[in-house]
Design a protein. Structure first.
Length: 218
């Protein structure tokens, strides 16, 4: 019976992590990603419909999103839906496709991004702990009703705590994995400044910050 409680708690915790991952997809980091807009809903013949069901969405360049509606009659509705989301993005509608240029992150935007990510992660962490509390309450009720033994009760508490620790760790893994560059360009501390500046300027997607590491990895 305690397995049933822990399985239910784990399923709910998985959904919290899944939901957080989806939320992070819409966080604007300065790099073009279809996921920034694909779940925005626009009016489509009286029904609110995700953009990825209404158009082909691509990111052909590091700072450009292109939206090609399947139905030309929906282009204005798509444009309005993007503006309504208040993501700080300006869609350019030429009548056939919508182009969105992703601006570089300012210092203020970076700070806002950090706060947003931290807040979302903290909210998810609270949700995980609420699930733990509810599972523990359920186990306590089962013990009080003599449905499980005291040993099973304490074993169940340990299982729930292990799940809580596991999914809290997953929350903070997502913070880095989902919104940061997985293979960042770096330079080593002994590299000539001229060569480093040249690397930053000649990249197709211009680099404004280049991490310095002990050993060059790219």
């Amino acid at each position: 019976m305690i397995r049933k409680v822990s399985n239910k708690a784990e399923k709910r915790m998985k959904n919290v992590v899944k939901g957080l991952r989806e939320e992070f997809k819409s966080v604007r980091t300065g790099r073009a990603r279809p996921s920034l807009v694909e779940n925005i809903k626009a009016e489509y013949y009286g029904t609110l419909t995700p953009l990825n069901q209404m158009a082909n969405i691509s990111a052909p360049e590091a700072r450009l999103i292109v939206i090609e509606p399947y139905d030309d009659n929906t282009i204005e509705d798509i444009e309005k839906a993007i503006l309504k989301e208040d993501l700080g993005l300006t869609p350019n509608n030429d009548g056939n496709v919508i182009r969105i240029n992703i601006p570089r992150l300012t210092k203020e935007r970076r700070e806002e991004l950090m706060n947003t990510v931290s807040e979302k992660a903290e909210q998810a962490k609270v949700s995980i702990r609420n699930i733990r509390r509810e599972a523990n309450d359920e186990l306590e009720d089962m013990e009080n009703d003599s449905e499980i033994s005291e040993d099973d009760y304490h074993r169940g508490l340990e299982d729930i705590q292990e799940l809580t620790d596991e999914y809290e760790d997953k929350i903070f893994d997502i913070k880095a994995n989902e919104i940061m560059t997985k293979h960042p360009i770096t330079t080593c501390k002994n590299e000539l400044a001229f060569n480093t500046l040249k690397l930053m300027e000649e990249r197709k997607s211009q680099i404004s910050v280049l991490p310095v590491v002990d050993k060059k990895t790219n």
